[in-house]
Design a protein around this ligand. Sequence first.
Ligand code: OXD
Ligand code: MN
Length: 582
Amino acid sequence: MNAAVTSWIEEMAKLTKPDRIVWVDGSEEERERLTAEAMATGELHRLNQEKLPGCVLHRTAPNDVARVEHLTFICTRKKEDAGPTNNWMAPEEAYRRLGEIFDGSMRGRTMYVVPYLMGIPGSPFSKVGIELTDSIYVVLNMRIMTRMGRVALAELGESADFLRGLHSKADLNPERRFICHFPEDNTIWSVGSGYGGNGLLGKKCFALRIASYMGRQEGWMDEHMLIVGIEDPAGNVSYVAAAFPSACGKTNLAMMIPPAPFRAAGYKVWTVGDDIAWMRIGPDGRLWAINPETGFFGVAPGTSYKTNPMAMETVRRDTIFTNVVLTPEGTVWWEGMDEEPPAQGLDWQGRPWTPASGEKGAHPNARFTAPAKNCPIISPEWENPRGVPISAIVFGGRRARVAPLVYQSFDWEHGVYVGASMASETTTAAAGKVGVVRRDPMAMLPFCGYNMGDYFAHWLEMGRRIPNPPKIFHVNWFRTDEAGRFLWPGYGENFRVIKWILDRCQGRGEARETPIGYVPTEEGIDLTGLDLDRETMRHLLAVDREAWLGDLEDQETFFARFDRLPPAIHGQMEALRRRLGG
Ligand code: OXD
Ligand code: MN
């Protein structure tokens, strides 16, 4: 037994006082046992095993349905090290305040010891964590989302280098809910929530917040990015990593199906990951990426055979559904699934529901947790310990105006500025108002575990160190006309834009130079088989000088908050202003 592990567990058990401690091993037998136990207590609900083999349903507490950014803290010794965009609490205070809530919180419960690996066994990218939790739902989710159990302990060996994660639902009281990160201690304490983003400590808490801190220390990049491979008709596969704020279609893009003419020509899409990329400089001077997870924790509403057929195939077995509608035949439904809604069912809170009620049946942030290996187009390279080489980095947001469909940055430094000034209209993945424009640099605003000014500096520094860096782009699938209708069809059609991006990486692809970067010419994007008129395309690719100057005002206010903004970011902003003639 690893002494560092056992003494830490003893200490945490002394605090939380569980009735028993159970080590999980990741076996099939264990999954069955824990599932049966959770069904007996109502934590999980049975689904129709003929139609949805291996699937279960979970309902969270109604006040516990999303990440809680206002209760999420970075607890560094110095406040400046958490930076202006994170909530901060002094480590001693956080340990004391949360310690009081954790004290005895597992009385009458079992503490599960969940060793897990983020990354691929034997890969230089990989990191071990151990999560102590009193939630079977969390254990079963971690089993899908990470390499859990024996494999992680084998990777750890006698080392004391593991992420110490303590999680308790406690009394699920939002007044006593905190998600605290201690990057300097390799520790996470999360209490009072059972929701995935707050309780599955391997994901947002470790693989993004803590890992971002590690990446800066160790000279690699931890990003909120999907990874997707595009195979051309000659069989060459190029990889793209793309960052979008939560609920902007990352999972859809990671699994898109190319439009028919491209499929017929021999193009294929391969999914590597849908949420997180860990990227290192490879021996060949390119940037290589892995997906540290093993599953998808995707937003269910809006997922359909039209928007994401591969996700629909993925969730047909061995999936945990959270906060969706339960139909009378024991299957699941959510808004935006193409099938007709059931005539009646139980809503996400387990209340009788009919479509006529006018209420949403599924929570807008309802989720599926599904194994990556279920995905019919999972990349043959997704478990390659070396990762995959990245040709293009893509940033994107949900903007009704301003940003054109796609543009390419002039160079790495300009690209870092494009990422840093990214903005999006808010959605439901985090609690709070919907539809407000918020600036979300690299889609990392809620996930950067240290001062975001230092994070920009780290990006700039990486650009100096990568001999053959990816090209950097920005996309916006969400531009609308005056009446608020989307101009671009999106989903699988986004393949056309990604193809232009890869063409640009290979020195092809028609573009014109504009003040904001290289924008495709009207013929630049292959529209074969798509009924989209010239006028719409012109609108999609337009660079509206006034709108951009207005956006710069907002950027200025945003960047003014940063105490450690690298001069290069400000310089890029001023250079854009000059190019716009402002
Ligand atoms: C997610 C998120 O759950 O970004 O992936 O909120
Ligand atoms: Mn995400």
